[in-house]
Each structure stands twice: as C-alpha cells, then as structure tokens.
Design a protein around this ligand. Structure first.
Ligand code: GTP
Ligand code: MG
Length: 325
C-alpha cells in the first residue's frame, strides 16, 4: 500500500531543504535528488549541515526516489528495470547473462593487452544503440586513468555498428583522472553530468592503477583499501540511482592465486548490496589471431564459465561468422 507520492524535481523542493541549503549542497556537488538519496551524512556535513538535518535530507531524498525497503514483489519489478549492454560478442554476452547489466558493477581484469580497454571502448559505443540492438539509447561516462582512450578507435567501432562517428563521440563524456584523489573526485561530482546526459554506462579504466602506484607497501594497504572501497560504493550508488551499468578494469598478473581483487575491498555484509552486485570477468590471451578467453569468475547468480571472442578492426566480435554483419 502506498500513499500518493509527491514528485520532487529540484533539491530545494525537498521538505528539509531551503534555498540557502540547496545552494550549499550544489557547491559541494549534490545537485540532484538522486545524489542526495545516495549521499552519506558525513558527506553532507562538508556543506556545514548538522547530522540530524543531513539525515532528514537524505531520508527525504530517498523517499522521493524510493530507495528503501521493498517487498520481494517490488524487488522483482525493480529487477525488470535492469538493462543490458551488448559487448559485441554473443558468446561473451551469453556468459554474463545477456550483456553487461545496469545497477551493478562489472569488473574486467587481466594482464596487459588482454582486451580490457578495448571492451570499454566497445561498450561506450554499444550503450548508444537502441535496446533492440543491445544498447540503452544512452551516453557513456568514461574515466580514463592511463590515457589509453582513443577517439579514432571509437569512430572505427561506431562506423561498424552504423552510428555516426561524430555523434558517437559526442555521447561519450570523457575525463582523464590524474591521480587517485582526482579519480575519486571526478566520480563524486558525476551525478549532474550523468543525469543531464542520460548516461547509462559509467567506465573507470583503470579502477586500480593509480591506487596501486600511489599506495605502495604493506603499511599503506589499509588506507588504499578504505579509499577504493568508498570509491566502489560511490560507483555502485550511482549505478543504482541512475540505472546505469558500471564497468571497471583491473590489471593483474597471471597468477590466479594472487589476483588483487577490487571486490575483496568490499566488506561482506557491510552494505545493503555488498559484494553480490559485482560481476568479475578474467580476460586472457589465447592461441589464434587476436583471440581472447573471458572467464566468469564471480557473479551474483550465474555459474562460472568461459567464452571466446576476438578483437578485430571492427571491435569486439565473435570468433565465427557475423562478419560484415
Ligand atoms: P592494459 O591496459 O595494458 O592492462 O591492457 P588492456 O587489457 O587494456 O588491453 P587493450 O584492451 O588495450 O587490448 C590491447 C589489444 O587489443 C592489442 O593487443 C590489440 O590486439 C587489440 N587492439 C587495440 N587497439 C586496436 C585497434 O585499433 N585495432 C585492432 N584491430 N586491434 C586493436
Ligand atoms: Mg587498458
């Protein structure tokens, strides 16, 4: 049973937010109701808002967009809203349940050259396709930490799927993160740009590179993990609030027992969504021209398994057939 809901459009429309508070909130990056719904009390305290008030604001924002307890039936409805983006390879799509899904984090990890960044490029193009072609009619937000984003590659992939290369580039909102703090900040301030551009895919390539190079040695590990953890949660909150897919990459050495897992930094049970919202795919090179093996190593609900795909001039493709469409 639900009372009739009032629709709030701007943050100053919320019951506990006046014009002055709204101004303060905007200054620290909270410009939409979604961002407030997924904020923490400590974050709002940065705008000089007392704890009690902050809690009220967050509660009001949550109520406005209904992030709260749901019945299992309502949950089923929410899940129906989950969208998927094709990777370009049917085999890989099938492995992960039909494509990269919204409202959760998908991590591609593997050695250098295993295809992580190529997949990011392809997804940034494919998210723009209409749903019947495996997209979400949306834009992509691309946080690049290693300066490996290539416009020419986007244009090439866009042409292949029949999108205008210029238009495709216009629907990829790009930022280079210079260090881990900058990377964190970019995401903290992302809610507005996500909302205004209908972003349905948030990419961080690479999630871990800056953190690894900056936090060296055993003694800095707790701080690194704490920061990464918070960063991941922010990403997850954005993915949920905007029904967007979150895709991150993580370079690892080919020693399966020593995989540095970004997932390991998520405290088990520490958050309503915890580690269950994280799909992990291990990529490695295979015999054969530009062939890659994707191994699903963790999924909230899918069995482990493997799929093969290729990286060609066209982008990410299946091994056989489908050439020239
Ligand atoms: P690191 O970021 O170094 O960890 O590697 P990565 O996993 O991101 O590798 P990436 O996605 O950059 O994959 C590199 C591979 O993709 C190369 O070895 C090439 O085989 C292929 N590739 C990259 N760019 C192109 C391109 O423009 N055309 C074609 N045909 N293949 C490409
Ligand atoms: Mg890369």
């Amino acid at each position: 049973m639900q009372a009739e809901k009032k629709i709030y459009l701007r943050i100053e429309d919320l019951p506990s937010v006046g014009a002055a508070t709204a101004q303060k909130l905007r200054e620290i990056g909270f410009s939409t109701i979604e961002s407030l719904a997924t904020a923490t009390i400590a974050e709002l305290a940065a705008a000089g808002i007392g704890e009690k008030r902050a809690a009220e604001i967050i509660a009001a924002a949550r109520e406005a967009i209904e992030i709260s307890w749901v019945t299992a039936k309502q949950l089923a409805e929410l899940k129906k809203g989950v969208g998927r983006i094709t990777t370009g390879s049917k085999a890989l799509d099938n492995l992960i349940g039909g494509g990269v899904e919204t409202q959760s984090i998908t991590e591609f990890f593997g050695e250098f050259g295993s295809g992580k960044s190529q997949l990011c490029h392809q997804l940034a193009v494919n998210v723009q396709l209409p749903p019947e072609r495996g997209g979400l009619n949306g834009a992509a937000l691309y946080i690049d930490t290693e300066n490996t984003f290539r416009i020419e590659r986007i244009a090439q992939m866009a042409k292949h799927v029949g999108l205008d290369p210029d238009e495709a580039c216009e629907r990829i909102i790009y930022a280079e993160a210079y260090n881990s703090d900058h990377q964190i900040l970019l995401l903290e301030k992302a809610d507005r740009v996500i909302k205004e551009n209908n972003v349905r895919l948030i990419i961080i390539d690479s999630l871990t590179a800056h953190f690894r190079s900056e936090y060296v040695g055993r003694q800095s590990l707790p701080e690194r993990q704490q920061k990464l953890n918070k960063h991941m949660h922010k990403l997850l909150r954005l993915a949920r609030a905007f029904n967007a897919a979150a895709v991150v990459t993580n370079q690892v050495m080919a020693r399966p027992d020593e995989f540095f897992s970004a997932m390991a930094v998520l405290p088990v049970g520490g958050h309503i969504v915890g580690h269950t919202s994280h799909t992990r795919i291990y990529l490695r090179k295979a015999a054969g021209k530009n062939v890659r093996i994707a191994r699903l190593v963790a999924s909230p609900y899918l069995p482990e398994g493997e799929a093969l795909f290729r990286i060609t001039e066209n982008g990410i493709e299946d091994l056989e057939g489908d050439e020239g469409e």
